[in-house]
Design a protein around this ligand. Structure first.
Ligand SMILES: Cc1ncc(COP(=O)(O)O)c(C=O)c1O
Length: 389
């Protein structure tokens, strides 16, 4: 049976979390944290800046923000949810990128343990693993539907006890495809009894798909499940760097113990508190505009002579399309040329993804505003026709 203590690195298991000055006393003449009590060195702080007390260290626990995130996620719980989330299930990070790194440092012994990914997928998993001296193993997503290959994953993790993390990106990047919830449940249940490892579901794009698709409300039922979310996408807040890890209370305790105590700045939490309450309607409005535009952009792209398949799915805020050469074959050469000319000649920047597994000729296009999309479509067609003349 899965036991979280058996996979947490011994140095983390015995870690005494840093005790902040503010954990002891919160009010009075506070001369305990070596802060500058005169105030922040900015010329004329506005009301908000003053209220934020930027000369003070931020709150290491962020309980109000965590509760708001929970309230938001529990509005559309996964249909299998049986238990409520609590603030003890959450750990906040400097974007999902910090959460990815933290999980690696928590369970993978450098030079020994491994992480399993399912390409094509988000590039930071490999980078973080390499930085932490953790070997990457791969089980590709199935083609053409970009779902997980359950038998291959089961056989891989069962045959290699050094694999400690399995990363699933749902919806995927660059695939734009939600991974079937029942498939993830199958893996969670199968592996709970025979694998000492964590299934991490990265849900950076979850708000662009059907409500209720998130696995985040299931972490109390599956101690081997971790879900990552971010305010960088649907909330339009990539600049504040806020990532959320949902997991069992036990694992969350260790993650919170090992994180830098002041990783979430007062500026970040101030904005995040607004976004996850008063901002929800705005976010939902953005999401519906983006998904509406996504369908229009895709339809138009697919009607072009030198665009082949929609390689990916429609669960994210981007599309992944196949660029063809004159003969009608998917072509990385033409895709790269198109990408370069659009960026340097037309100031329209998309992403070449043709080197990713099973994405030959692939360009990934984030869905912009209606006006941005209009310009993209015009130039995309003109430049592509020109290249294939
Ligand atoms: C799948 C996936 N996860 C995580 C991230 C990074 O999120 P954050 O901005 O919260 O670090 C991205 C960014 O593109 C992503 O595509």
């Amino acid at each position: 049976m899965f036991d979280i203590k058996s996979i947490i690195r011994p140095n983390i298991l015995t870690l005494e979390p840093y005790r902040c000055a503010r954990d002891d006393f919160k009010t009075g003449i506070l001369l305990d944290a070596n802060e500058n009590t005169h105030g922040p060195a900015i010329p004329t702080p506005d009301e908000t800046e003053l209220a934020l007390e930027l000369n003070r260290y931020p709150d290491p626990h962020q309980l109000e923000l965590k509760q708001q995130v929970i309230d938001f996620r529990e509005k559309h719980p996964n249909k299998y949810t049986k238990e409520k989330l609590s603030v003890e299930n959450l750990c906040l990070g400097v974007g999902s990128d910090e959460s990815i790194d933290m999980l690696l440092r928590c369970v993978c012994v450098p030079g020994k343990d491994k992480m399993l990914i399912c390409p094509p997928t988000y590039g930071m998993y490999s980078i973080c693993a390499t930085v932490n001296d953790v070997v990457i193993e791969k089980v590709p997503l199935t083609v053409p539907d970009f779902q997980i290959d359950i038998p291959a994953i089961l056989s891989k993790v069962k045959s290699d006890p050094n694999i400690k993390l399995l990363y699933l990106t749902s919806p995927g990047n660059p695939t734009g495809k939600l991974i079937n919830v029942d498939s993830i449940i199958t893996l969670l249940e199968e592996l709970l009894n025979c694998w000492q490892g964590l299934i991490v579901v990265d849900e950076a794009y979850i708000d662009f798909t059907e409500p209720g698709s998130s696995m985040s409300t299931l972490v109390n039922q599956y101690p081997n499940l971790v879900v990552l979310q971010t305010l960088s996408k649907s909330f339009g807040l990539a600049g504040i760097r806020l990532g959320i890890t949902f997991c069992s209370k036990e694992l969350s305790w260790y993650l919170n113990a090992m994180k830098y105590p002041y990783n979430i700045s007062s500026l970040t939490s101030n904005v995040a508190l607004k976004a996850t309450k008063q901002g929800l309607e705005i976010m939902e409005n953005y999401v519906s505009k983006i998904t509406e535009q996504r369908d229009i952009v895709l339809q138009k792209l697919l009607s072009l002579k030198y665009v082949g398949r929609n390689i990916g799915g429609l669960d994210s805020n981007f599309v992944l399309v196949e660029v063809l050469d004159k003969q009608g074959n998917p072509s990385n050469e033409v895709a790269k040329q198109l990408y370069n000319t659009l960026a340097t000649g037309k100031s329209i920047v998309v992403r070449f993804r043709g080197s990713e597994l099973n994405c030959v000729g692939g360009l990934r296009i984030s869905i912009g505003t209606e006006e941005e999309n209009k310009q993209l479509l015009e130039q995309f067609e003109a430049v592509l026709n020109d290249i294939n003349q």
